[in-house]
Design a binder for this molecule. Structure first.
Ligand SMILES: [Zn+2]
Ligand SMILES: [Zn+2]
Length: 283
């Protein structure tokens, strides 16, 4: 037990009440509790946070409620493995709306949140979408994407994007085509040079994916987009006319307040998308 000297009131990380006789987490010294009981109750939530602070690793949360995509979808597993394997104890699965609520109320927030759950688009989760928006504005990162997001009704996607990211991006189509990296995107331009960091994702210059693509994205916010050379690459999807316009965006990320909001429209979780997601999550 030790208390950093500060005149600010100390709040219990579990019940958020001001406490006089507090105990700091002995491992990280970053959070306090009003009682041993509340420390025990908070442990499941605090464990990945505590580990990430001691190891100076990012703490990532993964929203996956509603359809259990992590457990049941073979598409989601490579994504979760790629993100969690370097940081096994700093990665937290958020499996219910209640879980997300307590995560966002915790004094230590994750460095980034991956949301692969289409459930978040439902009417009853408006408060959670608002809380995610506030989290981004304070410096957090939210990445929407992965197979589960394909379950969001197509017409609801712009509403989802505007309620969490405050953007007016629109859905433009759904097809397989080749997308090109925008090397000038601030998150791409800021990457360390290849080979300088063991965990740095290698972004392909181009890759083919089947994605829900956006229009209305500012050029600077486009991370992977179609060009004049892009054509529909899936025969089944030629039914939709076989045309792909340029500047249809599969991966977009924009600065919102102090943080970042991103969209990955790929529904099959191709390797290129996993690499892009790692960059978007700040890994
Ligand atoms: Zn308490
Ligand atoms: Zn701790």
């Amino acid at each position: 037990m030790s208390a950093p000297s500060s005149s600010a009131p100390v709040l219990c990380a579990h019940c958020h009440k001001t406490v006089a006789n507090f105990e700091f987490c002995t491992a990280c010294q970053a959070v306090a509790y009003c009682s041993i009981e509340h420390q025990k109750s908070d442990w499941e939530l605090h464990k990945p946070v505590c580990h990430s602070r001691r190891q100076k690793e990012p703490y990532i949360a993964h929203i996956d409620f509603g359809r259990s995509t992590t457990d049941n979808s073979p598409w989601c597993k490579p994504l979760v493995d790629a993100i969690s394997l370097p940081y096994p104890r700093s990665f937290r699965l958020v499996a219910s709306p209640e879980d997300l609520r307590s995560l966002l109320a915790h004094p230590i927030l994750p460095s980034a949140i991956l949301c692969t759950s289409g459930e978040i688009a439902k009417k009853q989760h408006a408060n959670l979408r608002g809380a995610l928006k506030a989290y981004i504005e304070q410096g957090g990162r939210v990445v929407l994407g992965g197979p589960g997001i394909g379950w969001v009704p197509y017409c609801d996607i712009p509403k989802l994007l505007s309620s969490i990211g405050g953007v007016s991006w629109k859905t433009e189509g759904y097809h397989r085509t080749t997308h090109t990296l925008n090397a000038a995107h601030p998150l791409v331009a800021a990457l360390p040079s290849p080979g300088s960091s063991p965990t740095r994702a290698t972004l392909p210059d181009t890759y083919s994916c089947k994605a829900i693509v956006l229009k209305g994205v500012a050029t600077g916010d486009m991370m992977y987009r179609s060009t004049e050379d892009s054509g529909v690459e899936s025969l089944a999807m030629l039914l939709h006319g076989g045309k792909v316009g340029s500047d249809e965006v599969a991966v977009a990320a924009t600065k919102v307040g102090e943080g970042w909001f991103a969209w990955c429209g790929d529904v099959n979780q191709e390797e290129g998308t996993t690499a892009a997601m790692k960059v978007l999550l700040g890994l």
